[in-house]
Design a protein around this ligand. Structure first.
Ligand code: 5U1
Length: 670
């Protein structure tokens, strides 16, 4: 705005930026795109560069100091920072409530200001005439560390309060924490750099706030919720704690949106249960809730015992972390063949349930956390989340504790275990044979693009396996009418239809058969390339990894998967039994001689009547044609069935030749 004087423009830019920062960081309701915010910010930066005498410490550009501290200086709290007593059960809460009622000589219900208890770090912010002057950690409650530089980097904390009726000196108390998303990101970055991860968001918040270099703090995602005023007398006119909090909010300070006012023990317990259910979905960690007597005169009357007030209490959720011993480490095989190491633990009560197993996810995790049998470990169970091992308790390692090694053979079926270089997940290579992978391999085998066994859906596969009518894919071809008809919801008619479909599926193409075997990373296109290249299953089965890599689009990873699959004797056995059952495909040699469509690209649209689109595609590809998904100038023919879509119009515009179903049949017959 060129008409404004620099000082005025600077003033309005600061107001604008503070407003949008408040919308974004405190209310979570941004009104402008980030790019617009950045533009305004840069304009202010530029003006302040031109007029350095106009820079003030509460300017949005002054959040990050660039000088690391040599050490933190001490800060003395004029009003001590208290801690809270905890209660862990309804009975303990009742005792707290009765003590307060007795001391106040009341028999009416007490109202409480309730809010979540965040798992972070207590801090005090001192505002003088509305300007953030100092900030300190709790320390021993009387003396803490001066962390002003670092607190200034937290965007949701205003450098200057909004409004104007603030006390000359305001001592705001609250919790600095790291939201779950910021914590995940921080640990992900640590993993990428092979650095040590933080065990939990609390440690991450504490570690980030206690950095001597504020630029490091600024790079971490920290937030704060204010929950009290230290110098309560400064808030003269207010009579309840909840009103004080509302006033803090109006001054632009960040407060937890989950706060509420509740009545009596029942109100407290309802709030506790509601927050317990919400806990997992909240974007930050909480470890309980806090109830504070709402009337400020009653707070005064109740006073303190030792370092904790009698007017407030933290009601803690059952511990989410506990220490226990690793009794064994076993490997579970998932339905896709992935091996997951699982720690068998000395049972421990954590997060409200007894935990005796914890997932270790994969071997990378075992190696990174350096877990061994006999170790004492920290277990975490957050809500419904699967329990996990957070870390080994330092110094708990027993002499001669062996390193955990990946088993060479699948614990379920004994097939070789394969772990690709650079991959975290190890897998059983007995895909066709392994009981853990049974259902998935049969479902895939029967699917439309594989053997296309009509009527053999996922549910029926599950029934057949659960009722022990089949174990492996080849058993499908030994099923008798009664094996199927006697299943629940199956009659003779559907059973004989299924037998007919099984019979029909015995005539297949080599590429479909390869695809149906469910080799890892071998999709339809790779199966087709393998079939074309080797021409026979025997040649493919005997191919070395080097041979396999000469096939177009087959890289070292796919080659290894294919090689291991066919070198697993269990898989070979089943393939042999499938062939004995009568599965066959046309001789590839004969097909290879007819490559009349080589060099042509086809697109298929609409419904064909004589064959499915997949069949048409396979037939065109068998004659050397390419089949693409969309029409372009390079398309040779658009094959058009019933109810074609927009592809037909596009082909017309581009002058692409159109082929109806009869034309296609003729072309294929040529
Ligand atoms: N939510 C909340 N956490 N927390 C911690 N309120 C709260 N109050 C506290 C503490 C230590 O102390 C009061 C005595 C102000």
């Amino acid at each position: 705005m060129p008409s404004q004087k620099p000082a005025d423009r600077i003033h309005s830019l600061r107001q604008l930026l503070n407003h949008h920062s408040y919308q974004y960081y405190v209310l979570d309701a941004p009104e402008i795109p980030d790019a617009e915010y950045d533009r305004l910010y840069r304009e202010l930066q530029q003006l302040e560069l031109q007029y350095p005498e106009l820079i003030t410490p509460d300017s949005p550009t002054q959040r990050i100091g660039d000088q690391p501290l040599a050490a933190f200086s001490q800060i003395r709290h004029e009003v001590p920072m208290l801690s809270l007593d905890n209660v862990f059960s309804d009975d303990e809460l009742n005792d707290f409530y009765r003590r307060a009622q007795t001391k106040l000589d009341l028999n009416t219900e007490i109202e409480f200001a309730a809010e979540p208890k965040l798992d972070g770090l207590a801090v005090s912010l001192i505002y003088e005439n509305g300007m953030l002057a100092r900030a300190g950690t709790r320390g021993d409650g009387v003396t803490g560390e001066d962390i002003t530089q670092n607190i200034r980097t937290i965007h949701s904390i205003p450098l200057h309060l909004m409004g104007e009726d603030w006390p000359v000196k305001l001592d705001v108390r609250g919790e600095v924490f790291m939201p779950k998303a910021g914590f995940e990101l921080l640990n992900q970055r640590a993993r990428e750099k092979n650095e040590k991860e933080f065990a939990n968001p609390r440690n991450a918040a504490a570690g980030s706030l206690r950095q001597l270099d504020p630029r490091i703090t600024a790079s971490r995602s920290l937030a704060m919720y204010c929950y009290a005023v230290g110098n309560a007398d400064s808030m003269g006119k207010f009579t309840t704690h909840s009103d004080v909090l509302n006033q803090l909010s109006q001054w632009g300070l960040p407060l937890c949106k989950e706060r509420s006012v509740v009545k009596g023990v029942k109100g407290c317990l309802d709030y506790f249960n509601t927050m317990g259910q919400k806990r997992i979905a909240l974007p930050y960690d909480i470890d309980g809730v806090v109830y504070k007597v709402n009337r400020l005169d009653w707070q005064k009357e109740l006073g303190f015992v030792a370092k904790a007030p009698r007017w407030a209490v933290a009601h803690k959720f059952p511990a989410q972390e506990e220490i226990t011993t690793v009794n064994a480490i076993e490997f579970q095989v998932g339905r896709t063949g992935a091996l997951t190491p699982v720690a068998r633990l000395e049972p421990v009560f954590v997060g409200g349930v007894t935990v005796s197993n914890a997932t270790l996810h994969n071997m990378d995790e075992v190696e990174r956390k350096e877990i061994r049998v006999g170790d004492r470990v920290i277990i975490r169970r957050a809500g419904d989340v699967i329990p996990e091992v957070v870390s080994v308790v330092p110094g708990s390692r027993q002499l001669h504790a062996n390193k955990i090694v990946l088993p060479a053979h699948c614990p379920v079926c004994g097939s070789d275990v394969v772990r690709e270089e650079g991959e975290a997940i190890a897998r059983c290579s007995g895909g066709l044979y392994c009981a853990a992978q049974r259902k998935e391999s049969i479902k895939h085998f029967a699917s439309r693009k594989a053997m296309d066994i009509e009527g053999l859906g996922d549910k029926l596969v599950e029934q057949l396996v659960d009722e022990k009518r089949i174990e492996h894919v080849d058993d499908l071809y030994r099923l008798q009418l009664n094996d199927i008809a006697s299943l629940e919801r199956m009659g003779e008619k559907s059973a004989s239809n299924l037998l007919a479909a099984l019979d029909k599926s015995k005539t297949v193409t080599l590429s479909r058969f390869i695809y149906a075997l469910g080799v890892r990373e071998v999709g339809e296109a790779t199966a087709l390339a393998l079939a074309k290249h080797f021409g026979s299953l025997e040649k493919l089965q005997d191919a070395s990894e080097e041979d396999l890599q000469t096939v177009p689009d087959v890289g070292p990873v796919v080659a290894r998967h294919v090689f291991h699959f066919f070198h697993e004797p269990h898989n070979r056995q089943i393939i042999q039994r499938l062939r004995t059952a009568g599965i066959h495909w046309p001789d590839q040699q004969a097909n290879e001689q007819n490559q009349s469509l080589a060099g042509l690209t086809f697109v298929i649209t609409g419904t064909l009547t004589g064959m499915t689109r997949d069949e048409a595609r396979a037939a065109l590809q068998a004659r050397g044609g390419k089949v693409a998904g969309s029409v372009s100038a390079k398309t040779s023919y658009l094959v058009v069935g019933d109810s074609p879509g927009s592809k037909a119009e596009k082909a017309e515009q581009l002058g692409v030749k159109i082929l109806d179903e009869a034309g296609l049949m003729k072309l294929l017959a040529e």
